[in-house]
Design a protein around this ligand. Structure first.
Ligand SMILES: NC(=O)c1ccc[n+]([C@@H]2O[C@H](COP(=O)([O-])OP(=O)(O)OC[C@H]3O[C@@H](n4cnc5c(N)ncnc54)[C@H](OP(=O)(O)O)[C@@H]3O)[C@@H](O)[C@H]2O)c1
Length: 436
């Protein structure tokens, strides 16, 4: 049995996990695949520091050319992250006749079209299961087991950091900033968690899911995005009273006018399985026309789950399975029928609104008039605790929480803009989507 030589770029959190699984499970992988997969070289900027897993210094290098130019290496694993030099490394691997495995969703969301074109041109493949939801085999499930279906919707929790923060706020009763600090302490959030909490990471993953599931040629920057920064601990109590939990949901939903895509904090009904996904877990619910609803849950990040997905991709690539899937993927292809993307103004859905208003007769009439003018009807409303407004007057205020019936997003946003100008309404109106 001759060895199949592969190489790895980036010996960080995930790279060390991949080295660990390839070195420590070498015999197991050989038995189940019938191939001797040899991690022949690892390139990192730092080839001196000790890692958790013992790695022979003989295979470490800081010279990427020693991998690009080695004809015996057939697969390159890109785990350095970011855009450059990751993009150049992937292109050079492909140009040098090597298949690629990557976990880099930012790179694919930004340069997927270019990289996939280069792979097709060079007769090579790119496997990227770990780029969306870490250890959950969601991309391969959509691309293989579910491929006879027309996918109707994908609803997912794809960012473990924000799910952890929301879970802390809900169960620990902590504020948003304390929950972020706890996430950082436990290693779930980076020192700068902006891309996780503002929804950027989630829209990048949703762009990949939308390409794969619906053939939607969408730029992640064009996807409607709201982060979790404006969610307050009080919203969990109100949501709970109304029978909902709050989750950062990534949604792709096919309607008559095209595909609706958005990432937003969303009130999810208790009995929806997505509502029960806690802490740093990810989950994806896919609805296909034949299969119905299927639900996946697991860890979307971390060394071991992500390494598990990458090792699966390496094995598929070595066995030639990636080649079969890659050629049938409805992803970043020039010739595919493009699914139209709905303008966010035309989304239809229920919304949760929270705002403070002066507690005096006539105020309700003021905002009811705005809703009526914009064709928005209210499904339920709660008025909560009365506090004194902090403006040295003796005015009282009420917290108003309401859930609208399905309404057009453009109308709702116009109503919110108008409501925020009414003097009796204090401050900004907090809005979240609602999913029953
Ligand atoms: N962490 C997760 O849970 C997770 C989950 C799913 C997907 N991913 C994806 O997996 C990839 C890797 O993430 P990670 O968390 O392992 O990142 P990481 O810990 O920062 O590791 C990246 C490694 O690559 C090295 N590197 C950077 N530039 C290099 C270059 N030019 N040449 C050689 N080595 C270079 C870095 O060295 P320095 O530290 O010296 O810069 C570091 O050792 C990213 O695309 C990420 O989005 C991560």
């Amino acid at each position: 049995m001759s060895a199949i030589k592969i190489a790895l770029f980036g010996l960080g959190t995930i790279g060390t996990g991949v080295a660990d699984i390839l070195l420590n499970r070498h015999e197991h992988i050989r038995k189940v695949t019938g191939h001797d997969i040899l991690l022949a070289r690892i390139c990192d900027k730092d080839i001196v520091s000790q890692r958790d897993t013992y790695i022979s210094p003989d295979i470490l290098t800081n010279n990427p050319d020693s991998i690009f130019n080695d004809p015996e290496i057939t697969v390159g694993i890109e785990l350095i992250g970011g855009i450059e030099p990751a993009r150049t490394f992937v292109l050079r691997l492909l140009e040098n006749g090597k298949d690629v495995v990557t976990a880099n969703k930012a790179l694919l969301a930004e340069h997927g079209a270019e990289l996939f074109a280069a792979a097709r041109q060079n007769g090579r493949t790119i496997a990227f299961e770990a780029s969306v939801c870490g250890g959950i085999p969601i991309l391969s499930s959509i691309a293989t087991s579910l491929q006879a279906n027309t996918i109707l919707s994908i609803n997912a929790i794809v960012n473990g950091t924000s799910n952890f923060i929301l879970s802390q706020m809900e169960h620990g009763g902590t504020s948003y900033s304390s929950a972020v600090k706890e996430a950082q302490k436990l290693g779930y959030a980076e020192a700068n968690p902006a891309m996780d909490v503002d929804g950027t990471d989630a829209v990048q993953k949703l762009a990949i899911l939308a390409q794969l599931g619906f053939g939607a040629a969408v730029n992640w920057k064009d996807i409607s995005r709201m982060g979790i920064e404006s969610v307050d601990a009080i919203d969990f109590k109100f949501a709970n009273d109304l029978g909902y939990r709050i989750k950062l949901l990534a949604v792709a939903d096919v309607g008559e006018e095209g595909l609706e895509l958005h990432v937003a904090p969303t009130l999810v009904k208790f009995d929806n399985p997505l509502a029960r996904v806690q802490d740093a877990f990810n989950a994806v619910r896919v609805v296909g026309d034949y299969v119905g609803s299927v639900f996946f849950q697991g860890l979307g990040a971390g060394r071991k789950p992500t390494a598990s997905a990458i090792a699966g991709d390496i094995i598929d690539t070595v066995l030639g399975r990636t080649k079969i899937t890659f050629n049938t993927l409805n992803l970043w292809k020039d010739d595919k029928e493009v699914m139209p993307i709905k303008r966010s103004d035309n989304f239809y859905g229920k919304s949760y609104l929270r705002f403070d208003a002066e507690d005096r007769p006539g105020v309700m009439r003021d905002f009811a008039a705005v809703f009526s003018e914009k064709n928005i009807s209210i499904a339920s409303m709660i008025q909560h605790e009365i506090n004194t407004i902090n403006d040295n007057s003796s005015k009282q205020k009420a917290v108003i929480i309401l859930i609208t019936h399905e309404s057009r997003e453009g109308d709702l946003l116009a109503a919110i803009e108008k409501l925020e100008k009414i003097p009796s309404i204090q401050g900004k109106i907090i809005r979240m989507r609602v999913q029953d």
